[in-house]
Design a protein around this ligand. Structure first.
Ligand code: MEV
Length: 328
């Protein structure tokens, strides 16, 4: 066993297809240049102690799986549980009998639709695997992160762990898995955070209820979402930013029809579009969280400023080719 191991994994934005992807429609997802870092060290006892600087919290899972808070309260158990389960899973498949200190640092806003929990899960799996000298493939890391994600919300499509693991630009479909898209062109993107935190599982349940109530309408909205994603792949390949922007606007309108937008999101989207963005949409589960806006390269800072002016935390970003990686 090593004495320390560190890994990182990227945040993501969904360009097309959030929510629809839960119902086996295609999504286009992009890793961005913000990452979660996880450092793991062995302990002389059998506890698994997890600390996150991002949420100012730490706590220990004892050998019988009980959570004991150190900083912060019991509410952090749910956040740390997926990491604990990844650790237990990997410890069970190694011959090492050890506890672990797991430390998370991250530049990814939390509960904001940027895939922070999946990035932490993928980086945790990679770091713990490396510490225990278990040879994990990317596919193993994806599976471990997906199992963990199932605890975060009951019915995940797998799109978040897939992009955190593989990075780049992916076309993802539940029944078909990932297809890497080789996109040459730069994608000048502004991300705006409403600052409104929400629970992905609640938003996914809301869509599920709506679909049960109005299946003929919701299925058509989702079919339209598929058509948007297919055209989006073509526009990405040809670097046609104008068409991408139009398609993002249409995708957002479909998400509005599903009731996952709100006033805070609409305010930031309107500001981005007014300031010259080619297209803007919510990204992730909605109900708060982040919006993304695409612009021409010379306008991205203007769009960032407009989102800030409308009350959002905003930053410019671009695609990141690398998924989960060991940092040594
Ligand atoms: C969350 O980033 C994306 C959703 O489609 C949920 C999922 O795919 O698991 C809302």
């Amino acid at each position: 066993m090593k004495s320390e191991s560190k890994a990182s994994a990227p945040a993501k934005i969904i360009l097309f297809g959030e929510h629809f992807v839960v119902y086996d429609k295609p999504a286009v997802v992009i890793a961005i240049d913000r990452r979660a870092y996880v450092t793991v060290k062995p302990r002389s006892d059998s506890k698994i102690v997890i600390k996150s600087a991002a949420i100012n919290a730490s706590g220990a899972f004892t050998s019988n799986g009980e959570y004991r808070p150190i900083e912060g309260g019991l509410e952090n158990e749910a956040r740390f549980k997926p990491i604990y389960l990844i650790a237990k899973n990997l410890l069970a498949s190694s011959s090492e009998e050890t506890g672990l200190n797991i430390e998370i640092t991250s530049s990814i806003p939390i509960a904001a639709g940027l895939g922070s929990s999946a990035a932490v899960a993928a980086a945790s799996a990679a770091a713990i695997g490396s510490l225990l000298e278990i040879n994990l493939t990317k596919n193993d890391i994806f599976r471990l992160a997906l199992e963990a994600e199932k605890l975060v919300h009951g019915n995940p499509s797998g799109v978040d762990p897939a992009i955190s693991t593989y990075g780049g630009v992916l076309l993802y479909r539940k029944s078909e898995g990932i297809k890497r898209l080789n996109i040459e062109s730069d994608l000048p993107l502004a991300v705006g955070n409403t600052g409104v935190k929400r629970v992905t599982g609640d938003m996914v349940s809301h869509v599920s209820r709506l679909r049960n109530q109005y299946p003929t309408v919701v299925d058509r909205i989702m079919d339209a979402g598929s058509a948007v994603a297919s055209l989006g792949v073509e526009a990405l390949k040809s670097g046609d930013l104008k068409t991408l922007g139009d398609l993002m606007n249409m995708n957002h309108a479909l998400l509005c029809a599903l009731g996952v937008s709100n006033q805070a999101i609409e305010r930031l989207i309107a500001a981005a579009r007014r300031s010259g963005a080619l297209g803007a949409k919510l990204t992730g589960a909605g109900g708060g969280g982040c919006i993304i806006a695409l612009s021409t390269p010379n306008k991205v800072h203007q769009v960032v400023e407009a989102i800030r002016h409308a009350g959002g935390e905003a930053f410019a970003t671009t695609k990141a080719p690398e998924g989960v990686r060991i940092e040594e």
